[in-house]
Design a protein around this ligand. Structure first.
Ligand SMILES: Nc1nc2c(ncn2[C@@H]2O[C@H](COP(=O)(O)OP(=O)(O)OP(=O)(O)O)[C@@H](O)[C@H]2O)c(=O)[nH]1
Ligand SMILES: [Mg+2]
Length: 619
């Protein structure tokens, strides 16, 4: 196999494994303050030491006797049972110093496996703050492995950990590591003897102050209160959507103005012709149309990161456990579903943390009903064009409320679908066992890194897939050129025009124009492309006067059509990546087909109903 010596980071969820991994390998894997962030193994070389060493980051686990899929990944990797994967040569156990008792249980189980091991005692800063005193040397002597204190948050102790890894690698050189069979792994000690040893270690080496009520507990009582906590959650979420609209506007206008200016500049400097059309209508309209939404996406992620890093997210999961059980899910599915607001792909992957397989299947089915950030550009474009920027009830912004309503429509639909799906299954109760991470002030560094990462992901999408699709769409809308003596805009004679017209009868009952139909196709690759597609289609088809896309739509669609388009986007599984990940995670063609058909069905139904009702009401 490879000539790398393999080290694996093993520990309880949320103890800081990925933070350590990132420091040692220079990777930028996701770190957040809730259990179950990492659901897949991840590999990276450790640089700066003489041996060839690679490090594996694993999902968190409490024990080798596992209950959920992500824990199984960790267990199988530790034992070396994953197909095609070399077993780890050395284990780096990571323990959260504020939760030593729980961590030691896993360490003692691992010790029985007989692998070389070391212990990173992480979060010692938090432990000190709580007055916990740990005799590191005593612990090292008692267990018989090196123990290194670390504060991964601040990169402290990482150098010492690296030294210990270098030493262990030196010792290991030239040996081979065997796979551990299930039989061997089962041969762990009895639970009584395990707890006896843990108590022994704790009593001899750890001092924990007795008084436990502090501001954390008081805050928990408020935040997790069934009434006050719910109200707080509602206010928090509403604030987020208000902010997405209200705070973003100046930045959006700035970027919008920039692109409009750029378009005008190019339009006046370049001679008329195909190149000018390409740059103005294809590139600037297509890419600019999407980049405009960067501020909104940053604001949305700012709040998500804030909730993650403060420890609020896990509290919300507990709070929503009961209502979610009403529809056949549980608090376990809360974080996967919440992640789906960013993007359904990681959301669906993190359903691996859900121990009940039927609940997991349902969570996968409804995850795309959570409004992903790629839908934000479509929503905001249409809302800004059709919904007046009024203040209602004193301080709510009507546009923000509409956006909130679209998110709620997704959530309520998800609840209904989950409820229906659950009817087919008998219930079995899996209690919600989740560790509450400590509350803390979100770190500015994490916020900054997280936002930088999201911005980068977004701009990369714009620079690759969105750019490419805009170019293709521009070509389809421009060629073939209209015949000589043709009347009407050129786009009507183009390929795109023909495709749009071909599709349009199917979408007639919801009032979609053929331009809207065209935009649905590239949106299958990435939803935001609907916006650049509309921009391109209308720019190519428009008269010479440049008009902002929102104005163009406002003057060419009616309100019922606009609402129907929004309704379509709430439901349609319009993203091939999501369908692919459903296929992978369910490993079932039938489930994937059901997923696709039911969502398209809902989208069609919702759009038709919205259009017909709105037309009847508004005339
Ligand atoms: N105070 C403090 N916080 C830390 C330290 N190390 C990590 N954290 C925080 O602990 C949280 C969890 O860190 P991760 O690195 O995501 O933990 P993990 O073990 O990979 O978690 P899972 O992937 O969910 O199992 C994050 O909010 C980190 O910022 C530390 O030394 N001190
Ligand atoms: Mg992790």
């Amino acid at each position: 196999m490879s000539d790398f010596i393999r080290f694996a980071l093993v520990g309880n969820p949320n103890c800081g494994k990925t933070s350590i991994f990132n420091h040692l390998t220079g990777a930028r894997a996701k770190v957040a303050n809730y259990p179950g962030v990492t659901v897949e193994r991840r590999l990276g070389p450790i640089t700066g030491i003489s041996e060839n060493v690679e490090l594996v980051d694993l999902p968190g686990t409490y024990s080798l006797h596992v209950s959920s899929l992500d824990e199984k990944v960790a267990r199988d990797m530790i034992l070396g049972q994953l197909a095609g994967e070399a077993p780890p040569d050395v284990l780096v156990a990571v323990v959260d110093a504020t939760n030593l008792r729980l961590g030691l249980r896993l360490v003692l189980e691992l010790e029985k496996l007989g692998r070389p091991m070391m212990l990173a005692l992480n979060q010692v800063d938090a432990a000190k703050r709580r007055g916990i005193k740990i005799d590191t040397e005593g612990l090292a002597a008692a267990i018989g492995i090196p123990v290194i204190e670390t504060v991964a948050l601040r990169r402290q102790g990482i150098a010492a950990l690296k030294d210990a890894i270098a030493q262990a690698a030196e010792l290991h050189k030239g040996r081979t590591t065997q796979v551990i069979s299930d039989d061997q792994a089962q041969r762990t000690e009895s639970v009584e003897s395990l707890y006896h040893r843990i108590e022994g270690l704790m009593n001899a080496n750890v001092e924990i102050p007795a008084d436990r009520t502090n501001w954390q507990d008081r805050l928990d009582r408020l935040v997790m209160h069934p009434v006050a906590g719910m109200a707080l959650l509602f206010v928090v979420l509403l604030t987020v959507f208000q902010a997405v609209f209200a705070w973003a506007t100046p930045a959006v206008d700035l970027i919008d103005g920039g692109f409009t200016g750029l378009g005008e500049l190019v339009a006046t400097t370049l001679p008329d012709g195909i190149l000018k059309n390409f740059i103005v209508d294809g590139l600037i309209a297509g890419v600019g149309g999407v980049v405009v939404f960067l501020p909104q996406i940053i604001i949305l992620f700012f709040f998500i990161l804030l909730m993650e890093d403060s420890g609020y997210l896990t509290r919300a999961a507990f709070l929503l456990d009961r209502p979610m059980r009403g529809v056949g899910l549980s608090g376990r599915s809360f974080i996967p579903l919440l992640s789906s607001f960013a993007c359904a792909v990681p959301g669906i992957m993190s359903t691996r943390t859900v121990p009940d397989p039927r609940e997991r299947a349902i969570a996968i089915m409804v995850a795309p009903l959570m409004t992903c950030s790629a839908r934000l550009p479509v929503y905001t474009l249409i809302i800004a064009a059709f919904i007046p920027n009024d203040t209602v009830f004193g301080f709510f912004n009507l546009q923000g409320l509409t956006l909130f309503a679209l998110y709620i429509a997704g959530i309520v639909s998800a609840a209904l679908v989950a409820w229906v799906l659950r009817l087919r299954n008998t219930r079995e109760e899996y209690p919600l066992l989740l560790e509450l991470p400590a509350f803390r002030w979100p770190s500015a560094y994490h916020l900054f890194m997280g936002l930088r990462e999201r911005t980068w992901v977004f701009l990369r999408r714009v620079g690759t897939i969105i750019l490419a699709l805009s170019v293709v769409l521009w070509a389809l809308s421009t060629f073939p050129a209209p015949p000589v003596g043709a009347v009407g805009p050129a786009i009507e004679y183009s390929f795109a025009g023909q495709i749009g017209r071909f599709m349009q009868p199917l979408f007639e009952p919801m009032g979609f124009t053929w331009q809207m139909c065209i935009a649905l196709i590239p949106a299958m690759a990435a939803r935001e492309v609907a916006v650049s597609a509309l921009a391109t289609v209308y720019a190519v088809g428009g008269d010479s006067v440049e008009m902002a896309l929102g104005q163009t739509l406002g003057s060419s669609w009616g309100l019922p059509v606009a609402l129907a388009y929004l309704a379509w986007f709430v439901y349609a599984p319009q993203c091939l990546a999501t369908i692919a990940v459903v296929r992978r995670e369910t490993n079932s063609a039938a489930a994937t087909t059901f997923f696709t058909v039911y969502l398209f069905g809902l989208a069609y139904l919702a759009a038709v109903l919205t259009y017909q009702i709105a037309t009847a009401l508004l005339g």
